[in-house]
Design a protein around this ligand. Structure first.
Ligand SMILES: C[S@@+](CC[C@H](N)C(=O)[O-])C[C@H]1O[C@@H](n2cnc3c(N)ncnc32)[C@H](O)[C@@H]1O
Length: 279
């Protein structure tokens, strides 16, 4: 895809010839693990694979969710796919000895597996692909009849911080515009119902989960704001290289994040979408 040529350096997995806004550095790989553990309680509250034997994990990254799935559902066998050699190498390093998981390199938009699965799992991945519809159609083909799919996805329009922080806003808008213009979709969560219906899933349910932290939970609020700082800044190098943001906005954003994190009256708000459906 032409737009893909815009991505360079750390954000390009050279061996797989494909881009990813957060990049593939060791810091990013650690961030994915922190992110998975940070979100575990909220994400897995409604995910139930306890009666499911074989699950296809689509876009497994460094294996951060794989580890959680294996731990939470001790009878589960996983086939976990990703398109990036770098992510898969890290996942293999983390979990390669576990006989319950098989990591495979594959484009999720064109899954080529003979095997049929009882379940599928997608987390923070559809936002990065040019055709989420193809991923879901591929997932549907890989599921046996009545197999269940769980998807967790971003809705970046829902982010709010108080006190108002103008540089963080500039950064966030640039981050989302950049992802949107480069064949990703930072707003995809809200569209999951339509997408699942279009490709032929049934019994579709969607749920919005909100992280809303204020004076009632000051420790969680601070932890979340600092986590968000890391998440946003993981895109900074790329946005700077592409000239869509200035060094000054990045530096001011860092200061604003620290100010809000230490403000005794701050508010953090973000909602994401989860979908569940049957093949
Ligand atoms: C934000 S990471 C999420 C990883 C993991 N699900 C987690 O929550 O830690 C997105 C992953 O999707 C992978 N990815 C992006 N496009 C893909 C595609 N077309 N096929 C397979 N994997 C893809 C990237 O390599 C990356 O590892």
């Amino acid at each position: 895809m032409f737009l893909y040529n815009l991505f360079k350096g750390e954000t390009m997995d050279q061996s797989s010839n494909f881009p990813y806004i957060h990049g593939f550095s060791p810091e990013e790989q650690n961030r994915l693990r922190t992110q998975a553990l940070f979100g575990e309680y909220a994400i897995y509250k409604e995910i139930n694979f306890s009666k499911v034997k074989k699950v296809l994990e689509i876009g497994c990254g460094t294996g951060a969710q794989t580890e959680i799935l294996l731990r939470r559902f001790p009878d589960l066998k996983l086939t976990s796919i990703d398109m990036s050699d770098k992510q898969l190498t890290e996942a293999q390093r983390l979990l390669g000895n576990n006989p319950r998981v098989n990591f495979l390199k594959m484009d999720a938009q064109n899954i080529q597996l003979e095997e049929k699965f009882d379940g599928a799992f997608i987390c923070w991945m559809l936002e990065h692909v040019p055709s989420p519809e193809k991923v879901l159609a591929s997932a549907l083909k890989s599921l046996r009849q009545d197999g269940v799919i769980y998807i967790t996805e971003v809705m970046n329009f829902s982010f709010f911080l108080d006190p108002y922080s103008p540089n963080i806003w500039k950064f966030w808008m640039a981050f989302n515009d950049y992802q949107y213009e480069n064949a990703g979709d930072p707003f995809i969560g809200a569209k999951l119902g339509n997408l699942l219906q279009k490709v032929g899933f049934k019994d579709i349910q969607t749920r919005v989960t909100t992280w809303h932290f204020d004076n009632r939970s000051p420790e969680q609020r601070k932890e979340t704001i600092l986590f968000w700082k890391e998440l946003m800044l993981s895109g900074a190098d790329q946005l700077l290289k592409e000239n869509v943001i200035s060094e000054e906005v990045i530096e001011n954003s860092k200061k604003e994040f620290d100010n809000v994190a230490n403000d005794s009256n701050a508010v953090f708000y973000y909602s994401f979408m989860q979908a569940e459906a049957r093949a």
